[in-house]
Design a protein around this ligand. Structure first.
Ligand code: RP5
Length: 164
């Protein structure tokens, strides 16, 4: 297993499913797990340490509200931790974003946008791609298709405008 996708609650799954799907599309071996920094602190620490020992390269931790999951994961591993703040509750994810982004010096969390499920997966792939040429090639291909899609949309727009 190369990546672990942790979430603070099973209620988070609809917002993190895209991360899971995209990692699968890249052929990344990923496991998903519900663990809470607050509700299962002991299990969280044990799981992260065991995962690091079994060769997990990157952790993605998604949570909403006072989202301490990525910070807790980062406290227990030196491997890269990607924080995915979720739009949950009255503050719509701003609380989770600040919790993840404002880590104290010494324990970094690479925080993506609120509900940034796609970029969480792409960042994990980019980290793995540093040592896996197959993923580097796949990432280049992803960018190539993305570029082609934007250029095609612009072409369609120009055609529509030229008819007005
Ligand atoms: C956070 O609290 C979870 O990540 C979730 O986003 C939020 C609410 O969890 P539930 O009450 O739905 O289990 O820890």
């Amino acid at each position: 297993m190369r990546v672990v996708l942790l979430m603070g609650s099973d209620s988070d799954w609809p917002q993190v499913e895209k991360t899971w799907q995209l990692l699968k599309e890249f052929g990344v071996n990923v496991a998903a797990k519900v663990l809470s920094a607050h509700r299962t602190p002991t299990e969280c620490a044990q799981f992260v340490q065991a995962a690091e020992g079994s060769g997990v390269k990157v952790f993605i931790a998604a949570a909403g509200l006072a989202a301490h999951l990525p910070g807790t994961v980062a406290a227990h591993t030196g491997r890269p931790v990607i924080g995915l703040p979720l739009a949950v509750g009255p503050l719509s994810g701003q609380d989770a974003l600040y919790s993840m982004a404002q880590m104290p010096p010494g324990v970094p969390v690479a925080t993506v946008a609120i509900d940034g499920a796609v970029n969480a997966a792409l960042l994990a792939v980019a980290i793995l791609a540093l040592s896996e040429p197959r993923l580097a090639t796949a990432l280049e291909e992803f960018r190539r298709r993305q570029r082609a899609a934007v250029l095609a949309k612009d072409k369609e727009l120009q055609i529509r405008l030229s008819k007005q």
